[in-house]
Design a protein around this ligand. Sequence first.
Ligand SMILES: [Fe+2]
Ligand SMILES: [Zn+2]
Length: 365
Amino acid sequence: MIKKDESVEITWKNGETTLLPNLWLRDNCACDVCRNTQTTEKLFQLAQVDVNLMPETVDLIEDELHLLWPDGHRSVYEGSAIRALTIPQTTHLRLWSSEFRPQQFDYGKFTHNDSIAVDAIENFLSTGTILLTNAPTKECLENLAPMLGPLRETVFGRIHNVVVDSTGYNVASTNLELPPHTDLPSYSWPPSVQALHMLVNETEHGESIIVDGFAVATQFRNAHPNWFDRLCYTPVPFRIFDDNNETFATQPIIQLDTGGQIAGVRYSNQTMQPMNPVRTGLNEFYSAYHEFSTRITSDKAKAIFRLEGGQILLVAGHRVLHARKEFVANAKRHLQDAYFEHDNIRNHLTVIQRRLRKIGNTSLQ
Ligand SMILES: [Fe+2]
Ligand SMILES: [Zn+2]
């Protein structure tokens, strides 16, 4: 155990060493004074101690780290818990292109069978899309709330009807081709999950198209790193409005997380607004945007299939772009969509997994 000015170097029993900052150690004391015993929430406030705080003594007893602080406070840490925090947590994403098809899950089983719901949600989190089959051919998206919900409402409504409508506020309400896009880019935080429920589809053509925005952005990054950066750091205005509503957000096309990983794609040719034409670097932005658009709309990126009545396509709204081909408006076509949030879906996954483990444990007794 070596005490340094700012840190303590611990050598564990297996010979591994970890450098632990003094303030991190004090901040993470798990004793009954520093944590609320009912909720486990932290009570200790870092500002209570001096910024140059150092422990008086440091002892490793078996795999437990015991510290004594200058004010007499004692802290004990499990070595295994500290080491677990040093392992990076990565989410496994399966990127895909045109030959990919969303995995299918039966709607009734998804909504009533926990094991199938876990499979489906894990698959969704990894690929960004799944297809629910044998769903009702009447309004039912509210029924997905126990597994995915609550619904994310926007000012444009809760359940959206997409039918040919001459008064509609966007191109979805026509029979025209709808190019790949993500929904509601005019919100600072667009809905992160979208359910597209086909109630009836008796028209010719109008095939559904999905594009893995993360796969396209990854290839684009590898091929043109400077242009990729340009799309990450140039804010772009988007607007969606109707007679009663006006939504507007200025955000980059590609969003990175703090580790530099692709965290979101915001792409909607139809709702993008003119940028300041004298903005510095606009020519380079447009070269980058041209290349990215070419890749997004390329046949190599598009998974194309027909969405039939009674099918619900789930897509990750910050990752997977959706589109449809033009159709002949001579028969019925009725799609409904609603939005959910990724955080809530991950919550449901954890809760369902806990429920399954409980049942598993009970049946073993
Ligand atoms: Fe859309
Ligand atoms: Zn404590």
